[in-house]
Design a protein around this ligand. Structure first.
Ligand code: GLN
Length: 431
């Protein structure tokens, strides 16, 4: 039998966090350019000033997110290659000679009958490589008749030139490497329509089942203190929570001398590889759930995102399920390969593998009531099983979050500042 070839991949990746406001595409684009120029200057000052291999922008990165109707969004929609967002991504890709991913509102045709919430991948020479349409939609998308991706979750190959070495090869020869890549746009990470069982973990299971190595997530994810449709619905039933929540948002911003649409242009540029995020468990008393300390990540959401990637996290209980054959019936009915990361052939399907997660979220406030969580971050799931010697526990819920040792936190931007975070990541793939 031919021994598997293992390659060590090293990539330099950058995430851009923006606060776009509807109707201000030109201002946002100009600010993004100036942010990228500041980043370029900071990069040029580094000893290793190699440009990034990949830059990721948020969902609806330049247009703003909270569109209230079809009429409202139509002027911002275009076919992919005619879209201003695509053209901007082409400029960025060519400037840095790297892949660039950006979220934008797409119309399938010139006549604009069918609209999607999409993210396009542009090659270092400015070609369109892949266009992904959001599969799971959020309430806001209902306002303007967004269509679901008819193909649902998808993956595609992304080739990085000379970014890999063969493990065990003494020559240090560098190889091109093609990574199995997927895109998830924000709500794609949540249970379908918030109605599917939480434990289905649709998106992360898709990624485990398909051996995805690079997961790219452009997001417009809300902060937990934001007003949401659930609040509006409750308010109509007389809950009267909204005025209280609005007052808290306004007060928090006022305490930081920020207007409601503020936190623009005060950039945070983090190229410090050593600046890793401190793990904080979801039950830690040190977690700040409020919208304060805007240059620090919102660990409430970081923990929640990790939870949504549970199939990638080490969990003792899977070995118990395996030993006790707890899931035999589940697997006989399951239409996909894994359930909560366990498969019929392995206690933990992802064991021994690596995957990288790039989560580029927007920040800021829209309409004075919708607050986004920022905290864009770079993560590696290391598939490490060294912890399985631990006594089998039926309940290890305490580390279904950023404290799980099988996820490495390379760093996060703050919850409320525009900025760029860049990290060098190394991980193994098998070919
Ligand atoms: N689940 C996400 C949230 O609550 C969805 C937002 C989105 O799709 N933009 O923020």
């Amino acid at each position: 039998m031919k021994a598997a070839n293992k390659f060590l991949v090293d990539l330099r990746v950058a995430l851009v966090q923006l606060n776009p406001q509807i109707g201000r595409v030109h201002e946002t684009t100009a600010r993004a350019r100036s942010l990228l120029n500041q980043y370029k200057a900071a990069l040029d000052n580094k000893k290793d000033n190699r440009p990034p291999d990949l830059i990721v922008f948020p969902e609806f990165a330049l247009t703003g997110y909270n569109f209230t109707s079809r009429e409202h969004i139509l002027p911002y929609t275009s076919k992919t290659e005619q879209s201003d967002s695509f053209k901007f991504a082409q400029d960025v890709a060519k400037q840095f000679h790297c892949y660039t991913v950006i979220g934008y509102p797409e119309s399938e045709t010139e006549t604009k009958e069918t609209l999607y919430n999409s993210a396009v991948v542009v090659s270092p020479t400015g070609e369109m490589v892949f266009n992904y349409r959001k599969s799971f939609l959020y309430f806001t998308e209902d306002n303007w008749g967004c269509k679901e991706n008819p193909r649902q979750f998808q993956n595609f190959p992304l080739t990085f030139k000379k970014r890999a070495t063969r493990i065990g090869d003494k020559s240090d020869e560098r190889h091109d490497i093609t990574l199995k890549t997927s895109i998830g746009i924000c709500m794609d990470l949540s249970p379908y329509k918030f109605e599917a069982p939480f434990n289905d973990f649709e998106f992360s299971s898709y990624n485990v089942d398909n051996n995805i190595e690079l997961i790219i997530c452009p997001m417009a994810w809300l902060h937990s203190t934001s007003i949401t449709k659930q609040d509006t619905d409750m308010d109509e039933k007389g809950s009267n929570e909204i005025p209280k929540k609005l007052a808290t948002i306004a007060q928090n911003l006022q305490n930081q001398n920020l207007p409601l649409t503020g936190s623009e242009g005060d950039f945070q540029i983090d190229l410090d590889q050593a600046n890793i995020t401190t793990r904080l468990s979801k039950s830690s008393p040190d977690i700040n759930h409020e919208y304060t300390e805007l240059s620090k990540p919102d660990m409430t959401n970081v923990n929640y995102w990790m939870l949504r990637f549970l199939p990638f996290l080490h969990l003792n209980v899977r070995y118990y399920w395996w030993q006790e054959k707890v899931l035999t019936d589940v697997f006989s009915e399951l239409k996909r390969k894994t359930y909560m990361g366990a498969s019929s052939t392995k206690a933990w399907e992802f064991s021994g593998k690596n995957a990288v997660l790039l989560l580029a979220n927007r920040c800021g406030v829209e309409d004075g009531n919708t607050l986004f969580a920022g905290s864009s971050g770079i993560y590696k799931f290391n598939g490490n099983e060294d912890f399985s010697g631990e006594e089998l526990q039926k309940d290890d819920n305490s580390r279904l979050d950023s404290t799980n040792p099988s996820v490495e936190l390379y760093g996060n931007l703050g919850k409320g500042k525009e900025g760029i975070i860049m990290r060098d990541i190394t991980f193994e793939v098998e070919r």
